[in-house]
Design a protein around this ligand. Structure first.
Ligand SMILES: C[S@@+](CC[C@H](N)C(=O)[O-])C[C@H]1O[C@@H](n2cnc3c(N)ncnc32)[C@H](O)[C@@H]1O
Length: 312
């Protein structure tokens, strides 16, 4: 090789080293800041970009007195102890968080008729069957994997919602399959818009709406659920995640929230409707639930409350 064509290597001047010592840490720091900033932007977007999320956010204790904590000890076992399959760090399709699953399981402790729109892995159906009284019945509706052509999008629905709904339509093997609580579960197949709700009207203590997240489906499932609900019963919707995620759920529920007293449960993507007030399944007179005054202290658990829930 000719002399002079060789690349210059190994001859860093002191200035080069100083520049390198400044640039490398600076670039690393910039990268870290950029990553944090992107994460903060994402969180802020999900929180509505500083705008309120429309539905009022309340602690779970407003949904049911079971979630009233003892001031020193927190949640009490008599009201909230359940059997739970933990999600942990696993990624499982269409799943509720551990806190959400726990809320659903606690609510099942005194529910006799439960209905779920959207079975997926059968996690909620299993937790309901496991934690409810022995004579309880869990009805869970899902698309048959061989009948995904029955899905009916409306003009305003997002194509991604249909893709997600079909992707979450799994083979007919569920978490409850083969367990000793399977006898409590009635697995129903079909498209929820076609589902005939008439046998369930006014029958259900607890309803979970977690089928297709397309707006037209959330609206249709909600209308059916409101007919199916028993006085004193509770409806929970999953995936109320602000104006940038699951927007079909967000818009459908915000609109429903102008007619009904809906609550967004703190620390979850749940929205809940308690027909008749905060004590579920009690056949109490139908009344619009009135929120506590701003700043009012949350009532705590009392021995009477524990007695009323542990009495058969
Ligand atoms: C998010 S996953 C449900 C997760 C489940 N609720 C749980 O807690 O484990 C959505 C489910 O809704 C079902 N689904 C989607 N579109 C549906 C439709 N049009 N009719 C009935 N079920 C539907 C899917 O097949 C899937 O099983």
């Amino acid at each position: 090789m000719e002399e002079g064509l060789l690349p210059v290597t190994g001859s860093f001047s002191l200035l080069d080293w100083i520049l390198l010592a400044i640039i490398v840490p600076l670039a690393t720091a910039l990268r870290v800041v950029q990553r944090h900033y992107s994460r903060l932007r994402l969180v802020r977007r999900e929180l509505g970009g500083g705008k309120p999320w429309v539905l009022r956010r309340v602690p779970a204790s407003e949904l049911s007195e079971q979630f009233r904590p003892d001031p020193k000890l927190g949640y009490v076992p008599q009201l909230t102890e359940v059997t739970l399959v933990c999600l942990g760090p696993q990624h499982v399709i269409g799943v509720t968080s551990d806190y959400e699953a726990w809320i659903l399981a606690v609510l099942a402790k005194k529910a006799h008729v439960m209905f779920e729109f959207g079975t997926c892995t059968g996690r909620t159906a299993y937790l309901w069957a496991r934690n409810s009284p022995p004579d309880a019945r869990v009805h869970t509706l899902t698309l048959d994997p061989d009948q995904t052509h029955l899905y009916k999008s409306d003009a305003g629905d997002k194509s991604q919602d249909e893709a997600d709904a079909l992707q979450e339509t799994l083979d007919k093997r569920y978490l409850y399959t083969g367990t000793n609580v399977e006898y409590k579960i009635n697995q129903i197949y079909g498209d929820s818009k076609e589902f005939d709700d008439s046998p369930y009207v006014g029958q259900c203590d607890l309803i979970f709406i977690d089928g297709s997240h397309a707006q037209s489906y959330v609206e249709s499932d909600s209308n059916k659920a409101l007919r199916m609900l028993k006085p004193g019963g509770i409806i929970i919707w999953h995936d109320y995640r602000g104006p940038h995620r699951s927007t079909g759920v967000f818009h459908a529920l915000n609109s429903l929230g102008s007619r009904l007293n809906l609550m967004h449960i703190e620390g979850t993507s749940f929205v809940a409707y308690a027909m008749g007030g905060a004590k579920p399944f009690s056949n109490c007179a139908l009344a619009r639930f009135s929120p506590p005054a701003a700043g009012a202290a949350q009532p705590h658990v009392t021995p009477d409350l524990i007695a009323s829930w542990t009495r058969d």
